[in-house]
Design a binder for this molecule. Structure first.
Ligand SMILES: C[S@@+](CC[C@H](N)C(=O)[O-])C[C@H]1O[C@@H](n2cnc3c(N)ncnc32)[C@H](O)[C@@H]1O
Length: 332
C-alpha cells in the first residue's frame, strides 16, 4: 500500500513526545510493503515530513534470498526495521488479550500508556466494538492527537458518526497525564475506567523514558487498579543498554538517534520475571527481539534471516541483550 506523502500535523513537540513521530514514520514505511507487518494509513501524515524523510534515508534494501521460496516476505523492498516486528507483536498480543486468550477473560477496557501516535483504535479490526479505549500521554501529545486524527478523517467521539475512518471501539479518550507520578489513576477513573472490570494495558515505547523508580511505581499502581484477568503487554530496553550508553561503551542504537537514546533511563533487569512478580504481575511471555523476528518470518535459523533485518537478528545477538518483550497477567 502506498501512503500519501506527509502533510504533517505541524505542532511543536518535545524531543520525548517527538519520538512518537519516529515510530509512526517506520510504521509508514512498513505500510508500503507488499506483505506488510502492519498497515497504518495514518502513519505518514502523523510522522510528518521530517521524521519520514529520516526514516526513508535509513531504510536498507531487502535481501531475503535465504527465506523459503514460498515465504510471503521474499519480495520486500526494505529490510525489516527495529520497529515493524514490535508493532506486529503488540498487535497480536493485543488481539489475544482482547479475545480472552491471555488471561482467560475477553477484555473490553484498554489503557494505552504513552500512546503517542498509536492508531490501533482505527486500524485494528480485532477490537471489540464494545471496548472503551483510554490513551494517556504528556499534555502536548494529548492535545495534538485528537486534532490530528480528526484532520485525517478519523472519528474521535460519538458525535462524528459519519467520519471516513470510524472508531472500532465504543469510546476513545486522550488524557493528558505525566506517567512518572500516580495522579493518572484519578484522571483515568474520572474518564470512566472501571477498576472492577479487567483491562488490557499497552505500554509500547514508554518505559525507557521513565526513571526506574517511576517505572516501577507505574507498573505497581497498574497492578493495584487492575481487576483479576487484567493483562499488560509491554517491552523495554534492558538495563545493560542503559549502562552501556552511560559509560560510552555503546555509541549507537539505530534507528534511534543517540540524543534520543540518552533520554532513556529505565531498562528491564536481567531477571525480568522476578522484577514483574515484585510489582504484582505474572509474566506469561518474555521474548527477545530475535524471537519476534522468527515468528514474523516463520523460520528458525540465523542463515535464513540473513539480509532480512536492518539490525542484528541472530539469536543472542547484541539486540537481544538490549530489549525484551513481555506479556503478563495481574497476580490476583
Ligand atoms: C516512542 S513514543 C511511543 C508512542 C507509541 N506508544 C508508539 O509505540 O507508537 C513514547 C511516548 O511516550 C510518551 N511519554 C514519555 N514520557 C512520558 C511520561 N512521563 N508521561 C506520559 N507519556 C510519556 C511520549 O510523549 C511519547 O508519545
Amino acid at each position: 500500500m502506498v501512503v500519501t506523502q506527509a502533510t504533517s500535523v505541524d505542532d511543536t513537540l518535545s524531543l520525548v513526545s517527538d519520538s512518537a513521530r519516529v515510530i509512526a514514520a517506520w510504521r509508514a514505511i512498513e505500510t508500503e510493503e507488499g506483505t506488510p507487518l502492519c498497515v497504518d494509513p495514518f502513519a505518514a501524515q502523523l510522522a510528518g515530513t521530517h521524521a519520514l524523510k529520516v526514516a526513508r534515508s535509513m531504510a536498507q534494501p531487502f535481501d531475503g534470498r535465504n527465506l523459503p521460496a514460498d515465504s510471503p516476505h521474499r519480495h520486500r523492498a526494505f529490510k525489516v526495521s527495529n520497529v515493524a516486528p514490535r508493532v506486529w507483536w503488540f498487535d497480536r498480543q493485543a488481539e489475544a488479550a482482547l479475545g480472552g486468550r491471555t488471561g482467560g477473560t475477553p477484555l473490553t477496557q484498554v489503557v494505552v500508556m504513552g500512546s503517542g501516535m498509536d492508531t490501533r483504535p482505527w486500524r485494528c479490526s480485532f477490537i471489540p466494538a464494545s471496548a472503551r479505549w483510554f490513551e494517556l500521554d504528556l499534555p502536548d501529545m494529548a492535545a495534538i492527537k485528537p486534532r490530528a486524527m480528526r484532520a485525517l478523517g478519523a472519528q474521535t467521539s460519538g458525535e462524528e458518526s459519519g467520519a471516513e475512518h470510524p472508531l472500532r471501539c465504543a469510546r476513545w479518550q486522550a488524557l493528558a497525564a505525566d506517567l512518572s507520578g500516580a495522579s493518572w489513576v484519578t484522571q483515568l477513573e474520572a474518564a470512566g475506567f472501571d477498576r472492577a472490570q479487567p483491562a488490557l494495558f499497552i505500554l509500547e515505547g514508554l518505559l525507557m523514558y521513565l526513571l526506574p523508580a517511576h517505572a516501577h511505581l507505574l507498573l505497581k499502581t497498574m497492578a493495584e487498579v487492575a481487576a483479576p484477568g487484567s493483562v499488560v503487554v509491554t517491552h523495554n530496553i534492558t538495563d545493560r543498554l542503559v549502562r552501556g550508553v552511560a559509560d560510552g561503551s555503546i555509541a549507537a542504537y539505530p534507528p534511534f538517534s543517540l540524543d534520543l537514546v540518552k533520554t532513556w533511563y529505565y531498562g528491564f533487569a536481567d531477571d525480568t520475571e522476578a522484577e514483574f512478580a515484585s510489582l504484582g504481575w505474572r509474566v506469561t511471555e518474555c521474548s527477545p527481539r530475535s524471537g519476534l523476528v522468527r515468528q514474523v518470518f516463520g523460520v528458525t535459523s540465523d542463515e535464513e534471516l540473513e539480509g532480512c533485518c536492518d539490525f542484528d537478528c541472530a539469536v543472542g545477538g547484541s539486540i537481544d541483550s538490549f530489549s525484551s518483550f513481555v506479556t503478563a497477567v495481574v497476580a490476583k
